[in-house]
Design a protein around this ligand. Structure first.
Ligand code: NAD
Ligand code: UGA
Length: 314
């Protein structure tokens, strides 16, 4: 199939593109190569996608000719966006509205006139829940983001739903829960912790480390994308949690990393940061019922794989 992956140079988009290519699809990747984190890493991600069936377009979804970009595309995976919960305050907010809301709306509009389209998958986020009303959190629970980033991801998700209900667009929104693994963004916890451990530097923890996350391994996230894109029992407008089932605290992660590293870590407990939720935890009954998908990589194994990757490149 001919598949568009937006944000193809990023963490999730590059891994998703590789998997699609390995399964024989043609992938058109698009990315603006924003400098939120090192552009060199995005270039390296792209260099790792070695396939004659990969076409890359460097450009902005807010400006490109989308009719041209989408010609003949059968599936869209919309991974492009401005991520990061803690940096979405202040002046940078306009980046979040532009990349997460406006670009999504523009892509949805273009998709409505694409007669080849079979599926539009949107990368949503656990951050739309905020401090949820219960754990594990279900898709029907009230979204109440605590970061401006979460507000923009929720707005994007609502737009996706509107294009399903008003124009019959075959959309699915996947709410990813803290994705980790080889290639994880350099602003995210595990990559920062591993880099500091390798270089004997201090790991800064925001708060007392008791905050809990449902960390999800990258291959599982990629698998969930394929499951909903090719699944036959996924109604238009569906929304699913994609969570790894690892409800652990940041302190638990540090203990695990100490074992993997084989030496004590230098840890500095700092102020908590606005925008961080205390806990995430996703119920995945719905995606399992619709597609059979279930997370497969336990945290200890996934963290070890990310550590081994980090030793080579961080
Ligand atoms: P990433 O920053 O590595 O990748 C996103 C890519 O989108 C970047 O390379 C960026 O240059 C590109 N981009 C941004 N605006 C663009 C535009 N207007 N046009 C074209 N390209 C543009 O982030 P990631 O961690 O791979 O996340 C991918 C998606 O998943 C994002 O939408 C993010 O909000 C969502 N998400 C990620 C996580 C996670 O833990 N990584 C969790 C929940 C949701
Ligand atoms: C992550 C992504 O960064 C968001 O883009 C995404 O939308 C979100 O997951 C999600 O699930 O929706 P976050 O959970 O903050 O956000 O992921 P990490 O950056 O890996 O942080 C995990 C925990 O470690 C947080 O509690 C954070 O406060 C803590 N942390 C992070 C530190 O203590 N120190 C650091 O240097 C980095």
């Amino acid at each position: 199939m001919r598949i568009l992956v937006t944000g193809a140079a990023g963490f999730v988009g590059s891994n998703l593109s590789k998997r699609l290519l390995s399964e024989g699809h043609t992938v058109v990747g698009v990315d603006l190569m924003t400098d939120y984190y090192e552009v060199a890493i995005k270039r390296r991600n792209l260099a790792g996608i070695e396939s004659p069936n990969f076409e890359f377009v460097e450009g902005d979804l807010n400006e490109l000719d989308l009719a041209e970009l989408l010609a003949g595309v059968e599936i869209i995976f919309h991974e492009a966006g401005q991520p990061g919960v803690r940096k979405s305050w202040g002046k940078s907010f306009s980046e979040y509205t532009r990349q997460n809301i406006e670009a999504t709306q523009r892509l949805l509009e273009a998709a409505t006139v694409l007669d080849t389209l079979q599926r539009f998958v949107y990368a949503s986020s656990s951050s739309i829940y905020g401090n949820a009303e219960r754990y594990p959190t279900m898709e029907s629970d009230l979204p109440k983001p605590v970061s401006p980033y979460g507000v923009t991801k929720l707005a994007g998700e609502h737009l996706v739903g509107l294009y399903a209900s008003n124009f019959g667009l075959p959309t699915v929104a996947l709410r990813y829960f803290t994705v980790y693994g080889p290639g994880q963004r350099t602003d995210m916890a595990f990559t920062r912790f591993i880099k500091a451990a390798i270089h004997g530097e201090t790991i800064g923890i925001f708060g007392d480390g008791t905050q809990i996350r449902d960390f999800t391994f990258i291959d599982d996230v990629v698998g969930a994308n394929l499951a909903v894109a090719f699944g036959e029992n996924v109604p238009a407008g569906s929304v699913f949690n994609v969570a790894g089932g690892s409800n652990v605290s940041v302190n638990d992660v540090l203990a695990l990393l100490t074992e993997i590293h084989g030496a004590p870590l230098n840890v500095d407990y700092q102020e908590r940061v606005n925008g961080d939720v205390f806990r995430t935890g996703g119920d995945t009954t719905a995606i399992h019922a619709a597609t059979g998908w279930v997370a497969g990589v336990p945290l200890a194994e996934g963290l070890r794989r990310q550590y081994e990757w980090g030793v080579g490149v961080l």
